[in-house]
Design a protein around this ligand. Structure first.
Ligand SMILES: [Zn+2]
Length: 633
């Protein structure tokens, strides 16, 4: 089969990739992440990878590609999803297959090569889904889970919520799950890889990681279980283990990238977005039971952090579903302390970030049970934005118009926080600048200090911590490995992308070794291989075959450039290729001539050897001229 004979493919059948690609129109897929509008023959949108105001992201529906010339990104529907979701090719393929309702049959060469299967992500996901079912079954039906059911009932969690959030119970002992796994394809290695089993350092034997705990499956936005949060049953609690533990970080799970309950909240948020003029607002709380209880009372746009502070990666994830984030803080000191970091996020990220504070000694669960969903809606709709909140905290016990020293100190603290927020680029977007303008304006009114003076202070503070500023480096896997490729090699590939059947001519005259750049070599090698297999290397075939984002990008780049060139070119592709072949010949001859003349000056060579060298050079030249004449005619 073609796909297996060709290099640079990790073993997915070409047909499967082609089917998935064809079923996912790039305009739909990219359009589900960012707003696109038609412009001439292509679509444009704001590029998600640089501070874009133009918009610079071009989506070419005819070629099924995207390209941003500003940050030099490009590729097809697979590379877009890989980059946007931070996933590998296999996952992008699965995600897009799911999206189009295509079921992928594993190819013989596509499976994991390791015996345990712990390198195969599909196996890891399957193992998590299996474990989640075991725990859930146990909670619903097993006698051993009676205390867990009682606990949840006392907390007021309904059977419906248990099902909706797939809650479970992991019994005590050390082998409950491991024993069950024996009759499944999931080895101890797999369970270890997903954080369900540990290995005793003392005995070297495996054990269940979660014991005597109520299990809260943590799912990604595709509703796949990727980790568990687990609460110890009160009667089993001891001082050695935490009340709550989460899965360790695994290949499936990174706690800074995930939010509890987003798989369920996302439907509500999408629905909110579709309502005309409505703002989709996501509530971020701290506890898993808070999420469940708030949802149970009909407020469905709620998620929880996984024991970490709200970070920029959370914001980027939530931005896909929500226009506003409202952080619901418990009314205690711990919540107040985090306001600084939240303000930093507010400044750095283009997101409407608000803070709602619950009454003293109440968590969202208590609040909604005692006061009902309307009271929570009321509280969150009155939430203040992060700056106002910070001002309130900093000026809580001072009269800012009388106690000037304290007021100055408070302002200084606020400005320090604003100054320390990472700015993605030196020249921030208009929107960010406008936002800063508004903040300074508000501070000016609040503190009754000239706006210019506040700005000057901010500039000084910023300058003093420039070392902390973050510059975004391009992701090496996604940019073209070598953007300054040889002009002839680029011309050659551009011609082939434009008119792939010309490979028949090129392959006869330009050998792979004559190319110098590794990346262009790889692409040219693929053109040649397709040709040798009797297949015309059409652009979409090549693109589907390649899996590495950098190579896809180069191909798209060549395609776009060749189109621009073709519009201006006075010569047709055949003439251009003929000229190019001559250039390659001259380069090769020149190279050989230099080598020969170096050899002729080599004192250690005999006269006879030198004559042979000259003869070889002459013969090669004659051969090539014959070849060339035949392709020329
Ligand atoms: Zn860009």
């Amino acid at each position: 089969m073609l796909a297996r004979e060709l290099p640079l493919s990790t073993g997915f059948a070409f047909d499967a990739k082609d089917q998935v690609r064809t079923a996912n129109d790039i305009v739909d897929v990219v359009g589900s992440y960012l707003q696109l509008r038609r412009q001439g023959r292509s679509y444009v949108g704001l590029c998600p990878w640089h501070d874009d105001t133009r918009p610079s992201m071009q989506v070419n529906q005819e070629r099924q590609t995207y390209k941003c010339w500003v940050c030099n990104e490009g590729g097809d529907v697979f590379s877009f999803v890989m980059r946007k979701e931070g996933i590998e090719f296999r996952e992008a393929l699965e995600l897009l297959a799911d999206r189009a309702g295509i079921s992928l049959t594993p190819t013989r060469s596509g499976g994991a090569s390791d015996a345990t299967g712990s390198n195969n992500k599909k196996t890891l996901y399957d193992a998590m889904a299996w474990a989640q079912r075991q725990y859930h079954e146990c909670l619903l039906n097993a006698d051993i889970a009676e205390p867990a059911r009682q606990y949840l009932e006392e907390r007021g969690i309904s059977g419906h919520s248990m099902a909706r959030y797939s809650l479970g119970f992991a019994p005590g002992g050390w082998h409950w799950l491991l024993d069950r796994a024996k009759s499944t394809p999931y080895s101890t290695g797999v369970l270890q890889a997903v954080g369900l089993a540990g290995i005793s350092t003392r005995t070297g034997k495996p054990f269940d990681f979660f014991r005597g705990r109520i299990m809260f499956p943590i799912c990604d936005t595709q509703a796949r279980t990727i980790a568990f949060g687990a609460r110890i049953l009160p009667e089993l609690a001891d001082n050695r283990s935490g009340k709550y533990v989460n899965s360790t970080e695994t290949r499936l799970f990174s706690k800074s990238d995930q939010l509890y309950g987003l798989n369920i909240a996302q439907d509500r948020l999408s629905a909110q977005r579709r309502e005309a003029g409505a703002i989709s607002n996501v509530l971020v709380v701290e506890g898993y039971t808070d999420v469940i209880m708030v949802n149970q009372h009909g407020v469905e746009n709620v998620v929880a952090l996984l024991g970490t502070a709200l970070g920029s990666r959370h914001i980027r994830l939530l931005r896909r579903y929500a226009d506003r984030i409202t952080l619901v803080l418990d009314g205690d000191a711990a919540g107040q302390k985090r306001v600084g970091e939240i303000l930093e996020l507010f400044v750095a990220e283009q997101m409407d970030l608000r803070i709602a504070t619950l009454p003293e000694n109440m968590d969202p669960c208590d609040f909604i049970q005692q006061r009902g969903p309307e009271a929570l809606q009321q509280l969150t709709s009155n939430a203040t934005d992060a700056l106002a909140y910070k001002v309130r905290v900093e000026t809580a016990n001072i009269d800012i118009h009388r106690n000037l020293h304290a007021a100055n100190q408070a302002l200084e603290n606020i400005l320090k926080t604003i100054a320390s927020a990472p700015r993605l680029q030196a020249n921030t977007t208009t929107e960010l600048r406008l936002r800063e303008q508004q903040m300074l304006n508000r501070l000016s009114r609040e503190f009754r200090i000239q706006e210019d003076e506040i700005r000057q202070r901010l500039t000084v503070l910023r300058r003093s911590n420039t070392q902390r500023s973050v510059t975004r480096l391009p992701d090496p896997e996604f940019t073209t490995p070598n953007t300054r490729i040889d002009a002839w090699e680029q011309e050659l590939l551009e011609i082939l992308v434009q008119q792939p059947e010309l490979i028949a001519v090129a392959a006869k005259s330009i050998r792979l070794e004559q190319l110098q750049d590794d990346t262009t070599k790889k692409i040219y090698a693929m053109f040649c291989q397709f040709h040798e297999n009797g297949v015309i290397p059409q652009f979409d075939r090549m693109l589907t075959h390649l899996e590495q984002p950098a190579l896809k990008h180069l191909l798209v780049d060549l395609d776009e450039r060749s189109r621009l060139k073709a519009e201006k070119a006075t010569e047709d592709p055949v003439t251009r290729l003929t000229g190019l072949i001559q250039s390659f010949h001259h380069r090769k001859e020149e190279h050989e001539r230099r080598q020969t003349s170096a050899a002729l000056q080599d004192e250690s060579k005999t006269e006879q050897e030198k004559i042979e060298l000259l003869q070889q050079l002459y013969e090669k030249k004659r051969d090539r001229q014959c070849n060339f004449a035949s392709t020329d005619g």
